[in-house]
Design a protein around this ligand. Sequence first.
Ligand code: CP
Length: 336
Amino acid sequence: MSTPWHFLSLRDVDTTTWQDLLAQSEILSGPRGREPLLAGRRCGMVFFNPSLRTRTAFEVACGDLGAFAVNLQVGGGLWSLEHRDGVVMDGPHAEHVKEGFAVLARMVDALGLRSFASLADAKEDARDLVLRSAAAASSVPVLSLESAMDHPHQGLADALTVRRKVGERAKVVVTWAPHIKPLPLAVPHAATLAFAQEGHDVVIAHPHGFDLDAGVVADATAIAEAAGGSLSVTHERDAAFEGARVIYAKSWGARGYYGDAQRAAADVMAHPEWIVDGPAMDRTDGGIFMHCLPVRRGVVVADEVLDGPSSVVIDQAAARLDVQKATLCRAMGVTA
Ligand code: CP
């Protein structure tokens, strides 16, 4: 049996696949994306966490392409799933992903999985065990719908959006933003890797202590340089915004406080001046404002930016449908 094409992280995607996925996304954003290219195929989604965009994009993509989609919400009718190896299952989890995903893979042709980081142990999160265990157990392609470490469909949609809105190599700033609670690293990792794949000049801006995963940053640097771009990290937010064509805001927690909810929450609220507001956007070179959504108004970004002409967040979210169609087609060996 051949190994299925899993789409787990942008760190694993080679240039040819990356370019093909984006090209297919553009084709499938048009009339071809409403043809029954996946007629008779069956897809499953397993969500450990909530979603608005991702679930809708997956289900609508299946419907538009003629496939059937089943949605399974862990804790909402689906058995609670264990993913660790070698544990005695005398706790709350009734089924192991080894059996769960092996069974699902016998009933569907591709599986999507969402499983957020625990934010309790950075080393454990970096192993991305829920996603990796599920992929290992599945004989059909597994598509990450956001895991502890990456959100590859979001990254694809982000890259597609910048192609559509900017269309050339540009200074792209992935900037930390305040929040009321610590959030995972998956989205800033995905955005960084995606913009690196595109050969942009990527600047990651965050206060001291909010470093992204060093392995991801190293991989993204290598990818950016191979693609003709660059990657740098700064703690000087205002300087970073100077001359930027893209401002990509996201909140994330400091890994040094993982497992200490009170300190972690205090830490993400300790830098309110990092909110993206009008004066900050005025430093850019007519930059567009991006965020993966959902976003907290007045905390992450000021209304004047989110509601203003620089904001592309709705088009960015809509692009999730285009890239979802592309990954589903690729998973099932179909070219549009
Ligand atoms: N951006 C994103 O993944 O949105 P959802 O969490 O609503 O799916």
